[in-house]
Write a protein that binds this ligand. Sequence first.
Ligand code: ITT
Length: 192
Amino acid sequence: MTVLVVATGNPGKVKELQVYLDGLGWELRPKPDALEVEETGATFMENACLKASQIAQAVGEWAIADDSGLEVQALQGSPGVYSARYGSSDHDRIQRLLDELGSTSNRAAQFVCAIAVARPDGTIALQTEGYCLGEILTVPQGIGGFGYDPIFYVPEHRLTFAEMPPELKRQVSHRGKALELLFPQLRALEQK
Ligand code: ITT
């Protein structure tokens, strides 16, 4: 089996990505802790490609990276690519977002996930993107998931991401959608 390094340091993402990728014909490996990539891109896709490409080259194996975040309409798309840098802990990031939104009635938001797969030489082999529409609550609800999950409410299911069973979050989330598009392409690569 070909090795695929999961190029993320976020334990919440590692957990979700592993469940999605486990049944495929790739041997998953974690990224070495010491390897950090500076996210200098202006878009989620640019950052996903930077992470996949630099980690693949550093370890000399195939690598998969996810760059994701929350775009809030009333904040003109913020925090966007700065979602991870919006505060120093999940609690602080959520609090800052709630403070900035205050009592604004427009709570519309979307999660975005860009996924890139790089070859061992750092060239990009695959790229996909997924979205999930929702609303930002005024108080957190639920204890599952990670990151901004407790304040991201999906009206269609009447639950926040943090209240959803993991299988449901996998089906409806931005990451789930991006990976759904990626699977047939990853399978096609396995066969080569
Ligand atoms: P890596 O770059 O090492 O993958 P990171 O946490 O820095 O880890 P990003 O730069 O992609 O990842 O930042 C994503 C931010 O958006 C981070 O704060 C996450 O908690 C948040 N986020 C992404 N997907 C999420 C999800 O499914 N649920 C809740 N928050 C999410």
